[in-house]
Structure formats: C-alpha cells, structure tokens
Design a protein around this ligand. Structure first.
Ligand SMILES: [Zn+2]
Length: 149
C-alpha cells in the first residue's frame, strides 16, 4: 500500500493520466480511505484548471514570436499614427484659423461664408496629414523591401 507521501507525490502523474495502471489502483484505494489525500487531489485539480489557459499547446517559437511582435507592432504603429495625425490636424487647423481670424471676426461677413472657410481649413489639414502619412508609409515600405532582398 502507498502511504500519504507517496500518494501525494504521484497525484500530478495521476491527474495527467501518466501513472501505470497498478499504481492507479493502489492510489485510488488509498484515496477511498483517506480524506486528506482526496482533498490534496481536489486542490491539485483546481490548480490545474486555473493554469490550463496559460499552457495551451505551444506553437513553434518562431511563429509565436512573429505573431506577438506583429500584433504589438501593428498596435503601436496604429496608435503612433493616430496621435501624429491628430496632432498635425490640430496644428494645421489652428494655423489656418489664425490666418482667417480677422475675416471670422468681421461682422460684415455672413456666418455661412465663415463656416465654409472653416470647413475648407479642416479639410485641408486632414488631406495634408494623409498625404504626409502616405509618403512616409511608402518610403518605409521601400526600405523594408530592400532589407528583404
Ligand atoms: Zn492519504
């Protein structure tokens, strides 16, 4: 017969289904009569369940690294571009606003014209930023292709 210590040492193998049949029988016999070992088994299974999501089948390391760095890079770049674009749009629009400030303050200019001018300014700022983005993106892609060759 197994004693407590032997049983508790073999619980991980038992749970993993890697214990020889003879030992399984002995272990189960002990469990039937021993509450503290049953409790131990219970605890071990709970822990296994909690850890299960952390050790899903490992894909090859290379794939895994590429996957995560790919996701991370994409997120980082997207955030970078978002902040850059937002900042550039705000600055360009502010510059444009300063240019037409006098006209906007002029009470003789109809409000519709003022709105029109503001929309043109906003549109120009966004277009400029998207052109700059495109230029930078293309240059980066070309450099990448050179590296790959
Ligand atoms: Zn026991």
């Amino acid at each position: 017969m197994m004693n407590h210590q032997e049983v508790q040492e073999k619980i991980p193998l038992y749970v993993a289904g890697e214990l020889p049949a003879v030992e399984v029988a002995e272990l189960e016999a002990h469990l039937e009569s021993c509450e503290s070992c049953r409790h131990e088994l219970e605890e071990f299974r709970k822990m296994e369940e909690m850890l299960a999501p952390l050790r899903l089948p490992d894909p090859p390391d290379e794939l895994w690294d590429g996957y995560w760095s790919g996701i991370y890079n994409r997120m980082e770049r997207r955030l970078g571009w978002m902040l850059f674009s937002l900042g550039a749009i705000v600055l360009l629009f502010f510059g444009f606003y300063r240019l037409v400030e006098g006209m906007l303050a002029d009470p003789t200019v109809p409000p519709l014209i003022k709105w029109g001018v503001l929309f043109i300014g906003g549109g120009l700022a966004i277009l400029l930023v998207s052109v700059i983005r495109e230029q930078l993106f293309h240059r980066k892609n070309e450099r990448y292709r050179e590296v790959r060759r």
